[in-house]
Ligand binder design. Structure first.
Ligand code: ATP
Ligand code: MG
Length: 158
């Protein structure tokens, strides 16, 4: 059954409004285009969003902002971005970041709690849906995780 990406994203943002407010962080959701529907497992896609937004909240200092946005790429794929102005990730860690149990700087991670599985699980789910996931980050500046999802085939008209 086709899923509306806008609904998945705005529901996810809503789930994090209160935890973010506790750190005085604003989360906003913007859709830049009319998005095609996608096929997928709603629970699994919710898991992807929870993993990415929980990281953004966890690794963003008080008072900064988080943006969840979506657009339609020219090939029809939906591109979702979760973007924060948080602590960022050093360049050298980026290529390993989607590996299971990989965590940046053991000292900082220990204080934060967690197992280092969130991104690995997100990648597994996105790829199982026919998409890809990437991370851009600047240490001390912020992080953006982007993932894609293929659109439903156009319906056959008869
Ligand atoms: P878990 O998600 O299992 O609770 P975790 O958050 O440590 O634990 P991942 O979500 O896989 O694990 O993230 C791996 C590491 O990447 C984190 O430990 C953190 O160092 C870094 N990281 C992930 N997202 C961000 C982000 N938005 N900003 C800064 N660092 C991040
Ligand atoms: Mg995590």
């Amino acid at each position: 059954q086709p899923l509306m990406v806008e609904t998945i994203l705005s529901d996810a943002v809503e789930r994090f409004t209160i935890p973010a407010e506790q750190k005085n962080i604003d989360i906003t959701f913007r859709s830049h285009d009319l998005l095609p529907k996608i096929y997928g497992d709603r629970d699994q896609l919710d898991q992807v969003l929870d993993n990415l937004i929980s990281n953004a909240v966890k690794y963003t200092p008080e008072g900064r902002s988080i943006t969840v946005s979506a657009r339609r790429r020219s090939d029809g794929f939906v591109v979702v971005a979760v973007s924060d102005r948080g602590i960022g990730i050093p360049q050298k860690d980026l290529e390993m970041i989607f590996e299971r149990f990989y965590r940046v700087d053991k000292a900082r991670s220990r204080n934060m709690g967690g197992t280092g599985l969130g991104l690995a699980i997100a990648k597994e789910i996105v790829e199982a849906h026919g998409g890809t996931i990437t991370m851009d980050s600047r240490y001390g500046w912020g992080t953006t995780v982007r993932f894609t999802l293929p659109p439903c085939e156009p319906e056959v008209i008869r």
